[in-house]
Design a protein. Structure first.
Length: 290
């Protein structure tokens, strides 16, 4: 079945010959004039006339272009319609064949899936384990590929079951006395990954320790420590400094005496200045400072 074109396409014109260069040479100088044209009040009428002439020229060129295009495309458009009609006829049996091939492929995949599932069912003798393991979760996701042999997939499937059975035994033994054992098993069932499950178990352990610490009664402080703490608290209390009076006689230079007076003033110490009487030799109040 060959596609044969009887028309000699070599006789078609390779280009359309027309007076392009001649018209271009005639139009170019005029266009340069119009591009530099300044429209004034007196030249409005002439400008409108020039615009109409230019529009007529554009229309003549566009009309001829469309006419030539229709003439050149007419045989191709008829040819195109015929080709599309023929392609549409051919696509109908292609679609029918494709539907049958897909049905055959789907049936082959279903048969392969059924064989693998039956292997899963036959290999697990423990009903509880069968409920724990999700078949689709451990089945190789590429099982439907033609390159994946059924027997190799069966062996891979049984290896997965053995691994999960062993992992469960390890988890039940390691965490048998832990209240969060069921949570660990549920975590393992999500992905059947021992590393992730042990990481989750560590988190459960920290939570349990925190909860036990929260519920534990507060520790009683030994009586001796309570007494010591009360004694230390009493000793730590700062009692007010009692106020009293004392008399003393200072022998120093005048400068030192003035410094001593200024110091007592700064510290808020009340004091009196006593002067010795030259007649009686007795010290008497002459100044009271505060």
């Amino acid at each position: 079945m060959d596609f044969v074109v009887n028309t000699d396409l070599s006789v078609l014109p390779q280009q359309i010959d027309w007076n392009f260069e001649e018209l271009k040479g005639q139009i170019a100088p005029k266009l340069a004039y119009y591009q530099n044209l300044v429209v004034t009040e007196d030249s409005i009428k002439a400008a409108k006339s020039d615009k109409a002439k230019l529009n007529q020229l554009v229309k003549a060129i566009e009309d001829k272009r469309k006419e030539i295009k229709r003439t050149c495309l007419a045989p191709y458009e008829a040819f195109e319609v015929q080709c599309k009609a023929l392609v549409s006829m051919i696509q109908a049996p292609i679609a029918a064949i494709d539907t049958q091939l897909k049905s055959f492929e789907d049936a082959r995949k279903q048969e392969k899936y059924n064989q693998l599932y039956q292997t899963f069912e036959d290999y697990i003798s423990d009903g509880e384990l069968r409920e724990f393991i999700r078949f689709d979760a451990i089945l190789n996701p590429k099982w439907a590929n033609v390159s994946q042999r059924t027997e190799a997939l069966k062996l891979e499937l049984t290896d997965q079951i053995d691994r999960i059975r062993n992992d469960l035994a390890v988890l039940r033994e390691q965490f048998r006395d832990k209240p969060y054992l069921s949570a660990i098993l549920a975590e393992y069932q999500k992905h059947y990954n021992m590393t992730k499950t042990l990481q989750a178990a560590e988190l459960f352990r920290h939570r349990e320790a925190a909860e036990q610490k929260r519920q534990a009664p507060p520790e009683r402080i030994p009586e001796t420590l309570e007494v010591d703490a009360m004694t230390a608290a009493r000793e730590a209390v700062t009692l007010p400094d009692p106020v009293g009076s004392a008399a003393f006689l200072a022998t120093c230079t005048r400068t030192q005496m003035m410094d001593l007076r200024d110091y007592m003033k700064r510290e808020g110490i009340s004091f009196r200045v006593l002067r010795k009487s030259t007649e009686s030799g007795i010290y008497q109040d002459t100044e009271r400072m505060k």
